[in-house]
Write a protein that binds this ligand. Structure first.
Ligand code: THR
Ligand code: THR
Lengths: 158, 158
């Protein structure tokens, strides 16, 4: 399937919420997200990598206006689970490259990551699907990140 | 926006490749994915959580037939970067819940995670977008995971 990158989007109104030391057993993620759903927190990106030593780190993004609500919803749940800390960072932005056929080619990821690397923009988080690659970068680099991604995929020449 | 879950998909032909201790600075992710693209490795899910202590763990999934190619492509790159290890696990499966409007509601994530938790199925990785929530579970629990997810979203009653 031909890979076609359609566009680049940047969202600067996001905060990342890092839940660290979550017990890596059934039920942990469920309790975190049930608490967030009950508090009407809008969750965008969720990233959890494999656990180690029985614990895992779970990070998700929310609109900046929901960060306090998210923290308050999580503190009692983490305390009840016997561990786990919440940290919030709002100086971030989400950059997404949208396309089709991206699954069949690690080249799109490579192109985006190389463009950001060349601009010395650090990639804080990565989450992908067949139609979208999203990365979290520092908020003050967001506009530059969007520009270099645009150029890397020749979207400025359409 | 109304949340509508449309379907559940399970893919048992995946292997997860964990790259640990990757230097958390611009260029690391680019070098990993350029090497994979050059080796024609098909990459599906990519998950990278925030780094700590200057290193990050990056995990991605590939078809089981590509795992050896992925390992061989990465070893020289990691050696050249002065660190980083590759580990591969093939007894995994990817379960995805597809829908629309999922961004606006952490309830869909909560429902899926609760269904898996109730079946005592551990969630190894999570990656989401507005239209899809994907989790990695142990391969031998994949069919059961698909059944409980189906039931949780009442897809068996359509
Ligand atoms: C860490 C968390 O995802 C845990 N493994 C769970 O299944 O809920
Ligand atoms: C870990 C990796 O993503 C690194 N931060 C990079 O920008 O390439």
């Amino acid at each position: 399937e031909k890979v076609v990158v359609r566009g680049v989007a940047v969202d600067k109104d996001q905060a990342k919420v890092i839940v660290s030391n979550l017990p890596d057993k059934p039920g942990s993620a469920a309790r975190v997200f049930r608490a967030l759903a009950d508090a009407n927190v809008m969750v965008d990106m969720i990233v959890q990598n494999v656990g180690r030593g029985g614990v895992a780190n779970l990070t998700f993004t929310v609109p900046q206006t929901d960060q306090v609500k998210a923290q308050r919803a999580l503190e009692p749940v983490l305390a009840a689970m016997g561990g786990g800390q919440v940290a919030i960072h709002e100086q971030i932005a989400k950059l997404s490259v949208v396309g089709v056929g991206m699954k069949t080619h690690s080249g799109v990821a490579a192109t985006l990551f190389q463009a950001l690397a060349a601009a010395n923009i650090n990639i804080e988080m990565i989450s992908t699907s067949e139609i979208k690659i999203s990365v979290i970068v520092e908020q003050e680099r967001a506009d530059e990140a969007a520009r270099v991604a645009h150029a890397a995929f020749h979207l400025d020449q359409l």
